[in-house]
Every structure is written in C-alpha cells, then in structure tokens.
Design a protein around this ligand. Structure first.
Ligand code: PEP
Length: 255
C-alpha cells in the first residue's frame, strides 16, 4: 500500500505573526506547487492569517495547534473550527502530549475534539505516545492503544480518510533523543494493526501514521524508510526553513 508522505511542522508557541510570515514564505517558495509530499505548517493562532496569505498559491497547507469542540459562545481563550476554516486551516493538531501534560487533556476530551473537527471539516492530526516511565514499565503498546482507541471512539470508517495519527514518544519530544527506527516501527506497526482491526484493512492501510520526536534531517531517511512510518510531525526542526525543507526532501527520497 503506498501512502503519500506527510510532513507537518508544529511551531508550538514560537514565531510572531511577522516571523511566521517570513518562515512560511521561505517554505512556500521552496515547496512551490510540488504536491508529491503533503506539507502542513501549524503556527500559533495569531500567525494563522498572515501565514495563510504567505502560502497562498503554493502546495503548502495550513494547520492549527488546537481547537475547542463548540461552534461559538462563552469559552474564553478558545477557538472554533469555523474560525480556523475562515483562515483556510485544513488541519488541526489534537492530543499533543504538551496539551495532555500542561492542560490536563484527557482521551475523552481529545475524542470530543477529534469528532467535532471532523464534523466541521478540519482534518485532525491525533497525537499519541508514551512517557519514559511508561516505556520503562513496558506499557508502551497498552498506552498507545488506549490513547488511539480513546481518541477515535465513535469515529466512523468513512471519516478515517480525513484522520492522520502521530506517534510521538513523549521522552523524544524536544529532547534530542529519537526512537530508533526499529522502536518506532514496532509501535507504528501495532497502531496499524489496531486500525486494521477496528476499521478493516481497506481503511486502516490508508491512514497516515507520522512519527514525532526530535526528527531532523540526519535521522529522517532511516525513520521514513520504515514500513508504517508515513511522515513526521516536526517541532524544533520545523522552525528553520532549511531543516524543514530538508525533511520534505527526505520524504520525497523515501517515496
Ligand atoms: C512535537 O512537538 O510534535 C515534536 C515532535 O517536537 P520535536 O520535533 O522538537 O521533538
């Protein structure tokens, strides 16, 4: 099964709107109209509009880093899918480990957001992954299973074409420590098996499963050559146009 590679940049709480515009313009001018790899950049909310304008006409797509699962109303500090759609955001990162850790997001809440984003035509990138403690206690596959099935509860097979899964071992995020390609493939393979079991292989085999956790140009090709690694969710290395575009090139080479 050939799946199109998917490279997404998670800028986290970095880049002002002006800085974001500059970085996005550099990426857009390198990617241009080449859509052989799906490329998504996810800036902060305040930079979305300017970044959206900067990538207009290129193959680069826009994503957000969060949304709230309500259409509008008294939810101070939150943002709705409609607001994201209006700036042409097509994707949203949900369940990132930083949101789970610092903002107490549970699988049930992440699941609400996944369903609401799908109902409102924003494609979710559902993040799952174990902590170091859980890996050392041999709980990795169980944790990943709980987060995956919890996040996808009530999501229909017909909606799975819009879902991207990102496996991000928490101990590898922003630490410079990367899972070895074999370690990552073991978890990606188990995620694939769970998707196949839940939705049937005709659906499960088509879902892109990204790896995230200190992915950089130096380790990308080996990771991306694994059977069930279909791209990357990139933090640190997405903040520089050269390293981000080198990762896109690595995905092209692995295609
Ligand atoms: C992330 O935050 O999703 C991530 C993978 O970060 P980094 O690449 O910096 O480890």
């Amino acid at each position: 099964m050939s799946r199109k590679y998917f490279i997404a940049g998670n800028w986290k709480m970095n880049k002002t709107p002006e800085e974001g515009k500059k970085l996005a313009s550099e990426i857009a001018s390198i990617v241009s109209k080449d859509a052989s790899v799906d490329v998504v950049i996810c800036p902060t909310f305040t930079a979305l509009d300017r970044v959206s304008q900067a990538i207009e006409g290129s193959a680069v797509k826009l994503g957000a880093q969060n949304l709230y699962p309500k259409a509008n109303g008294a939810y101070t500090g939150e943002i709705s899918p409609e607001m994201l759609r209006e700036v042409f955001a097509k994707f949203v990162i949900l369940g990132h480990s930083e949101r789970r850790e610092y903002f107490g997001e549970t699988d049930a809440f992440v699941n609400e957001k996944v369903k609401f984003s799908l109902e409102n035509l924003i494609n979710p990138i559902l993040c799952i992954g174990e902590t170091l403690e859980q890996r050392e206690a041999n709980e990795t596959l169980e944790v990943v299973k709980t987060q995956l099935l919890g996040g996808l509860e009530g999501v229909e097979a017909s909606q799975m074409g819009s879902v991207v899964v990102a496996y991000e071992p928490v101990w590898a995020i922003g630490t410079g420590k990367t899972a070895t390609p074999e370690m990552a493939q073991e978890v990606h393979g188990s995620i694939r098996a769970l998707l196949n079991e839940k939705y049937g292989s005709a659906v499960g085999e088509k879902v892109r499963i990204l790896y995230g956790g200190s992915m950089k140009p130096a380790n990308a090709e080996e990771l991306l050559s694994q059977t069930d690694i279909d791209g990357g969710l990139i933090g640190g290395a997405a903040l520089d146009s050269k390293s981000f575009c080198d990762l896109i090139t690595a995905a092209k080479n692995a295609s």
